[in-house]
Design a protein around this ligand. Structure first.
Ligand SMILES: *Cc1c(COP(=O)(O)O)cnc(C)c1O
Length: 220
């Protein structure tokens, strides 16, 4: 297994290259869902502070040892009955995709939670997230929740070698984000775009990503 420093060096070079076509700040979220607590500690040693997990067990196991030395991102689908386990342990939720989840967060959260609304831009049946046409009505319906702040939108591109297909998904998410920004909702500034994984983060950055979620290429 390559060292995390080595992997990060390569990723940072590619990010610099991609940023020639973009001017936003980009944060790397190290997705550690498939590695140990020790490997996760190496991520911090390499200088990254954003950690992403997609299951309550993984998040809690890592947080128990690392505590507040990291910024914690929950990137997986969150079942309503698991909200109480994680919602006060995380800094960002990337998978807000339904009203029942918002209601449970409102009930359980002790402070405002920074949320990304997950959008299924590509419309694949296997993917979670709202359809494009439902995004704005959904965000408008969040006004009554005092514990939810919509900081941005999140999507996953289809798994394909076709760069044009991937790029189109990211461009679409950016366009929807602009529509939300234009609503000027105090609880939904929606400045951030969480898009791009190991296979497509460079394209995502070219299209405006502010958070890229990188697992395999960094820790794998
Ligand atoms: C696993 C995962 C990632 C990271 O995927 P890699 O291809 O390993 O970089 C990013 N986002 C989500 C939602 C994931 O579940």
């Amino acid at each position: 297994m390559a060292s995390i420093e080595k992997n990060l060096e390569i990723i940072e070079k590619k990010i610099e290259q991609a940023k020639k076509h973009a001017d936003q700040n980009v944060q790397i979220i190290a997705v550690t869902k498939s590695v140990s607590v020790d490997r996760t500690k190496e991520v911090l040693k390499a200088g990254l502070i954003h950690i992403g997990e997609n299951r309550p067990e993984g998040l809690l196991a890592k947080k128990e040892e690392i505590k507040d030395q990291a910024v914690w991102h929950y990137i997986g689908t969150l079942q309503s009955r698991k909200v109480k386990q994680v919602i006060n342990e995380i800094d960002y939720l990337h998978s807000l995709d339904r009203l029942s989840l918002a209601e449970e967060i409102e009930k359980r959260a002790e402070k405002v939670v920074k949320c990304f609304v997950q959008v299924n831009v590509s419309g694949e049946e296997s993917k979670h997230g709202l359809r494009e046409e439902d995004v704005i009505p959904f965000i408008q319906s969040l006004q009554k929740f005092s514990k939810i702040q919509v900081v941005g939108l999140m999507t996953m591109a289809p798994y394909t070698d076709d760069e044009d297909v991937i790029r189109k998904v990211f461009q679409d998410l950016k366009r929807i984000q602009q529509e939300v920004v234009n609503l000027n909702l105090p609880y939904a500034p929606c400045k951030e775009l969480s898009m791009g994984m190991s296979n497509d983060y460079e394209i995502a950055i070219e299209e405006g990503a502010t958070f890229v979620r990188i697992g395999t290429a960094l820790v794998g």
